[in-house]
Design a protein around this ligand. Structure first.
Ligand code: FAD
Ligand code: NAI
Length: 475
C-alpha cells in the first residue's frame, strides 16, 4: 500500500528539512526521507551540516579556541590556570552531544509541523499519474507517491584520484571531526574552507599542521587584501601553507602517510605525517537516487541540472542545496528550500545569490558578501573603498583581539554598497548587518548615518562606511 503526499523531500539536510517544514507551514501534506544513521542506529536528520559539517566543526573550533585562550591569553587578564590539558575524547563527546541536540531538534520540528519523517533511503521508482513513486528502503520501508518531489541529497567529500578515504590515516571531513587524539603531524591537502577550519582546530591543540594548496593564490575567492591579511595571521599562528603545489603519490603505512608533491619552485618533496585530511571540494550526491528511472538530468559533475527557480527537467521535481549549482553553503540550501516550498504553494519568492554571505570560522574569522575589489576591477566598475582596522576599535582592544579590518566597497557614483569584507573578531556576526544593508540596496552613507552601540565591534563597520567618504572619526 502506498501513501500519498503533496510533497516528498529526499534528504533532511538544511535544504531538505527546511523545505519540508516550510511546505508543511503552507498547508501541504509533506513527507521527508533521510538515510543518515547515528552510532546507535537511530535517525540523525540534519545532513552533512548537522552531522559532519557546520555544527560539529564549530563545536571543535570553540573547544580548541578556549584551549588556546587558556594556554596563551588568560595570563594577561590576570587569570592563572596552571598547566592546561586537553582531553580529546571528552571534547569529541561534547561535540557529539551538540550534534545529537540538533538531530533531536529537527525530529521535534518535524512533529510540531506535521511532517511525516521516514528514516531510510529514498529512490525514484517511476513517474505515475500526477506525480512520482518513491521507494523508501532501510529502517522504515515504504512506498510513497508524491505530487512534487524535492531532491536535497547534498554532497560528499571529493577524494584524490586513486586515494580512497580510510578515515584512519586518510580523512575526509568525517574522520577529521572524530580523531580521538591530537596527531603530532597533520597534513592537509586543499587550503580552502575545511582545510583552514580543521587545520586551525588541530593546530590549536598542538598538531604541527601543513596545508598543501594547488592554486598559486591563497583564498582566491576572497578579496585580495583580506586574503593577504589572513595569510599573515595564519603564518604567525604557525600554520604552514604551501601554495602552488602539485600532489603526486600518497602512500600509507602503519606509521602514517607520506605525500609526494612538487612545490611551487618545481622541487620534488615528500611530506611525512601521522594523518592526512583531504579537503579539495565536494561532489553532488545523486548516487542511489535511481535518477535514470525517471530521466532526471545531471551535468558532467553529477549535479542535478536546475533553472534559477530550482526546477529540474522533470515537471514537479525540484532540487536544492549542494546537489545543484551554486555555493555549497547551508544557508544557501535553506533559502532554496524555502523558495521551492513557496513556489509549490503558488507564491513567487526569489533567492538573491549576490547577498549570500561567506564565512570562514578561523581566528581571525573571515566573512564577506557581494563583490570583491578584484571582481569590480575586472568588471570595470567605478568604486570607492573604505577600510577601518579593529586596532582602532575600543571593543576589540578590550577583547584583546585587534587583528583585521572591515572593508566596504561602494559604487563611485551612487554610493550603493557593492561588497563588504571583514577579517577579525566575530566577523561571522558582523557580516549580517552588511547582508541586510545590501539586501535593502543601502548606500555606504546609510550605514555611516546609522547609530551603532558603543563600544561594539560593529562600530568598525560604521567607521569603514565613513571611510568610504574619507571621514573616519576614530582613525
Ligand atoms: P546535506 O546537508 O548534505 O544533506 C543531504 C542529506 O540527504 C543527508 O542527510 C544524506 O544522508 C541524505 N541523503 C542523500 N541521499 C539520500 C537518499 N537517496 N535517501 C535519503 N536520504 C538521502 N556551510 C555553511 O554554510 N556554514 C558552515 O559553517 C559550514 N561548515 C561546513 C563544515 C564542513 C566540515 C563541511 C563538510 C561542510 C560545511 N558546510 C558549511 C557546508 C554545508 O554542510 C552544506 O552546504 C549543507 O549541508 C548542504 O545542505 P544540503 O541540504 O544540500 O545537503
Ligand atoms: P574548498 O573549495 O573551500 O577548497 C578546496 C581547496 O582545495 C581549494 O583551495 C582548491 O584549490 C584546493 N584543491 C583542489 N584540488 C586540489 C589538489 N589536487 N591539490 C591541492 N589542492 C587542491 O573546498 P573544501 O574546503 O573541501 O570545502 C567544501 C565546501 O564545503 C566549501 O566549498 C564550502 O562551500 C563548504 N564549507 C563551508 C564552510 C563555511 O561556510 N564556513 C566550512 C567548510 C566547508
Amino acid at each position: 500500500m502506498s501513501q500519498t503526499f503533496d510533497v516528498i523531500v529526499i534528504g533532511a539536510g538544511p535544504g531538505g528539512y527546511i523545505a519540508a517544514i516550510r511546505a508543511a507551514q503552507l498547508g501541504l501534506q509533506v513527507a521527508c526521507i533521510d538515510a543518515w544513521t547515528n552510532a546507535a542506529g537511530g535517525a540523525a536528520p540534519g545532513g552533512t551540516c548537522t552531522n559532519v559539517g557546520c555544527i560539529p566543526s564549530k563545536a571543535l573550533l570553540q573547544s580548541s579556541e578556549y584551549f588556546e585562550h587558556a594556554q596563551h591569553h588568560f595570563a594577561e587578564h590576570g587569570i592563572g590556570v596552571g598547566t592546561v590539558k586537553i582531553d580529546v575524547p571528552r571534547m569529541i563527546a561534547r561535540k557529539d552531544a551538540v550534534v545529537k541536540q540538533n538531530n533531536d531538534g529537527i525530529l521535534y520540528l518535524f512533529k510540531k509541523n506535521k511532517v511525516t519523517f521516514f528514516h531510510g533511503h529514498g529512490s525514484f521508482v517511476k513517474a505515475v499519474e500526477g506525480g512520482y513513486e518513491i521507494a523508501v528502503t532501510g529502517a522504515q520501508p515504504a512506498t510513497l507517491i508524491g505530487r512534487h518531489i524535492i531532491v536535497a541529497t547534498g554532497s560528499t567529500a571529493r577524494a584524490l584520484p586513486g586515494v580512497a578515504f580510510d578515515e584512519e590515516r586518510i580523512l575526509s571531513n568525517d574522520g577529521a571531526l572524530r580523531l580521538q587524539a591530537v596527531p603530532k603531524k597533520l597534513a592537509i591537502i586543499g587550503a580552502g574552507v575545511i582545510g583552514l577550519e580543521m587545520g586551525s582546530v588541530w593546530r590549536r591543540l598542538g598538531a604541527e599542521v601543513t596545508l598543501l594548496e594547488g592554486l598559486p593564490t591563497f583564498l582566491a575567492a576572497a578579496d585580495e587584501q583580506i586574503a593577504k591579511e589572513a595569510k599573515k595571521a595564519f603564518d604567525k599562528q604557525g600554520l604552514t601553507i604551501e601554495l602552488g603545489v602539485k600532489v603526486g603519490e600518497v602512500k600509507t603505512s602503519r606509521k602514517g602517510v607520506a605525500i609526494a608533491y612538487t612545490n611551487a619552485k618545481g622541487e620534488a618533496v615528500t611530506l611525512e605525517a601521522d594523518r592526512l585530511i583531504v579537503s579539495i571540494g565536494r561532489v553532488p550526491n545523486t548516487a542511489g537516487l535511481n535518477a535514470d528511472a525517471v530521466g532526471l538530468q545531471r551535468d558532467e559533475r553529477g549535479a542535478i541540472v536546475v533553472d534559477d527557480e530550482c526546477r529540474t527537467n522533470l515537471p514537479g521535481v525540484w532540487a536544492v542545496g549542494d546537489v545543484v549549482r551554486g555555493p555549497m553553503l547551508a544557508h544557501k540550501a535553506e533559502e532554496e528550500g524555502v523558495a521551492v516550498a513557496e513556489r509549490i504553494a503558488g507564491q513567487h519568492p526569489h533567492v538573491n545569490f549576490n547577498t549570500i554571505p561567506w564565512v570562514i570560522y578561523t581566528s581571525p574569522e573571515i566573512a564577506w558578501v557581494g563583490q570583491t575589489e578584484q571582481q569590480l576591477k575586472a568588471a570595470g566598475r567605478a568604486y570607492k573603498a573604505g577600510t577601518f582596522p579593529f586596532l582602532a576599535n575600543g571593543r576589540a582592544r578590550a577583547l584583546g583581539d585587534t587583528t583585521g579590518m572591515v572593508k566596504i566597497l561602494a559604487d563611485a557614483q551612487t554610493d550603493e554598497v557593492l561588497g563588504v569584507h571583514i577579517i577579525g573578531p566575530m566577523a561571522s556576526e558582523l557580516i549580517a548587518e552588511a547582508v541586510l544593508a545590501m539586501e535593502f540596496r543601502a548606500s555606504a552613507e546609510d550605514i555611516a548615518r546609522t547609530c551603532h552601540a558603543h563600544p561594539s565591534l560593529s562600530e568598525a563597520t560604521k567607521e569603514a562606511a565613513l571611510a568610504v567618504d574619507k571621514r573616519t572619526l576614530n582613525f
